[in-house]
Write a protein that binds this ligand. Structure first.
Ligand code: NAD
Length: 330
């Protein structure tokens, strides 16, 4: 960062906070972003860098200290049993290596990684009682989400009944497949309606619509990757958790894998950075998680994210082409 005085930094921090909150409102509440994710991420990164250089400028209400969205009026509120957090980002290999070095300092024993695709959708928490789906909630501000149960029940891929009659909470991502997104936008264009900017916004706009028949008509899907308080179900690692989620009948993305070190992660990233156009859903990166829960527990959390996971975000120029290059004949 070039030399900058405290007053200049303070001015820019205020400016960035205001801009980022405005963009967050457009993105999370209105489901109508006015800037790309890459533009948002760049400004966010600038704010993080300034706050690191001038820690006195970190306010509790800074976007860097909070998880995403404000709640929409019209939905009942649901307090999450444990916070639904964000993820720290990495934009290059050096940042991934720094994440790995930090973990080595925080933890005493050896660990492995699980890598998963970062599904570009809307985070959701599903609560099952005796195997029956009783509640679905959005992430909201991380502590309190919106009750969207009636909408989620209308997604075919989401089981209303698990294969076992247990009480459990699972978390994952609701997304709109690329093909459904294109069909939806085509239909909206014909009807003279505003089109959605991308599948993520279409999925979020659908789930946060007060009329459940809208979800019924639009073809959404989901992938699940987290069990809340997973250890009470006898699992001790992320890959075991994914196995259990799948056994319970919930959709799990099959591209996840276990990796040993940064070089393995780099190979995995390269594979999907090149191959993601062919996937039937959008991804905006790769999520790398420490596999062993015992090590996750040692690493702990910051105010907004786990210290044992990181989201590697794909570079901007690739992101622009994702939706545009779909093969209509598939
Ligand atoms: P994030 O998107 O960087 O990552 C956290 C989220 O990733 C989790 O909450 C979860 O929902 C999701 N996820 C997908 N696959 C996952 C997996 N396999 N394992 C774990 N989590 C997985 O963070 P965020 O707080 O959700 O959103 C911030 C991002 O949203 C920004 O980086 C930006 O790209 C975008 N954003 C854009 C605008 C805009 O105006 N364009 C505004 C605000 C935010």
């Amino acid at each position: 960062m070039k030399d900058i005085t405290f007053n200049e930094a303070r001015h820019r921090v205020d400016e960035l906070q205001e801009l980022l909150w405005q963009y967050s409102h457009e993105y999370y509440v209105l489901d109508q972003p006015s800037v790309t994710d890459e533009e948002y991420d760049q400004l966010y990164y600038e704010l993080v860098t300034l706050e690191e250089a001038f820690p006195e400028l970190i306010h509790l209400d800074s976007p860097t200290q909070a998880v995403g969205g404000q709640l929409l009026e019209g939905f009942e509120k649901v307090a999450h049993s444990t916070p639904m957090m964000s993820l720290d980002d990495a934009f290059d290999i050096e940042e991934l290596s720094a994440f790995d070095r930090r973990l080595q300092r925080l933890t005493a024993s050896a660990y492995t990684y699980t890598a998963e695709l970062k599904i570009d959708g809307l985070a959701i928490n599903l609560r099952y009682e005796e195997g029956e789906l009783v509640e679905a909630a959005t992430r909201g501000d991380g502590t309190v989400g919106e009750n969207v149960t009636e909408n989620i029940k209308r997604i075919r891929m989401i089981p209303k009944k698990l294969t076992q009659a247990i009480d459990i909470e699972v978390r994952g991502e609701i997304y709109m497949p690329k093909r459904s997104f294109l069909e939806l936008n085509q239909a909206r264009e014909l009807e003279g309606l505003e089109i959605f900017a991308n599948p993520r916004n279409a999925a979020a706009g659908t789930i946060r619509n007060l009329d459940p028949s809208v979800t019924q008509r639009r073809k959404l899907s989901g992938f699940f990757y987290t069990i809340v308080q997973a250890e009470q179900y006898g699992v001790s690692s992320q890959d075991e958790a994914l196995d259990l989620i799948e056994k319970l009948g919930l959709p799990v993305n099959q591209e996840h894998t276990q990796l040993q070190d940064i070089q393995d992660i780099v190979d995995y990233i390269e594979k999907y950075q090149e191959g993601r156009q062919a996937l039937p859903y959008d991804i905006d990166g790769i999520v790398v998680k420490v596999n062993e829960f015992s090590i996750q527990n040692q690493a702990g959390f910051t105010a907004r994210s786990p210290r044992w996971a990181v989201a590697y975000k794909f570079p901007a120029e690739e992101a622009e082409t994702t939706v545009l290059s779909i093969d209509w004949t598939v």
